[in-house]
Design a protein around this ligand. Structure first.
Ligand SMILES: Cc1cc2nc3c(=O)[nH]c(=O)nc-3n(C[C@H](O)[C@H](O)[C@H](O)COP(=O)(O)O)c2cc1C
Length: 172
């Protein structure tokens, strides 16, 4: 069983030209991670390969965002969004992620592919308070109703703007 990592307040910031890249099999197990992934995650290649991608999940990420990510990927579309990740030593790093499903010539799903870049401070100024409200709402609602309650917070933000999360994320 994975040891529980204690998150810390230490932030590590991507450089402007960094790309964190990973690939997974159709079950979401990591099959490839580039050097920058290794650097920011703090894990070795051996510790990363074949692990589920929640290896770098930060406890302060709303569940609803991952629900949205998987719904989007399962419907064959690409996902763009902001993710707070956690390194092996508990520090955190924000990324702007693009995640896509990959298909072979017969249109069979062969896995997923993700490229992450440094998010702008302007985007984070909007995303951090939004995610905080979503996390608080998820905690207050309890496990069963967490996603629905959190999605309602997200809708309150997006509906007046007339956009979905993907469009919102891309224009921040
Ligand atoms: C290609 C790909 C990349 C992903 N990248 C991340 C990531 O950087 N951070 C993360 O927390 N989850 C990422 N996920 C989502 C995880 O698989 C998982 O759904 C998420 O960490 C929530 O974990 P949990 O369901 O155990 O709470 C990625 C999934 C895929 C398919």
């Amino acid at each position: 069983m994975k040891n529980k990592i204690q998150p810390t307040q230490k932030e590590i910031v991507l450089r402007d030209n960094d790309f964190i890249v990973s690939k997974t099999d159709p079950k979401g197990r990591i099959t490839y991670a580039n050097k920058i992934f290794v650097e920011f995650s703090g894990y070795s290649q051996t510790e990363i390969l074949n692990k589920q991608h929640n290896l770098v999940r930060h406890p302060e990420m709303p569940r609803a965002v991952f629900d949205l990510l998987w719904d989007t990927l399962k419907s064959g579309k690409e996902f763009n969004g902001y993710v707070k990740n956690m390194s092996k030593d508990g520090s955190y790093y924000w990324v702007f992620a693009n995640v896509t499903p990959s298909y072979d010539n017969n249109n069979k799903l062969i896995g997923y592919y993700s490229v992450r870049r440094k998010p702008s401070q302007e985007a984070l100024n909007v995303i951090i308070p939004l995610y905080n409200t979503m996390i608080q709402t998820e905690k207050a609602a309890g496990a069963k109703d967490a996603i629905t309650a959190s999605m309602a917070i997200l809708s309150d933000k997006l509906v007046p703007l007339g956009v979905d999360y993907d469009q919102f994320a891309l224009t921040l």
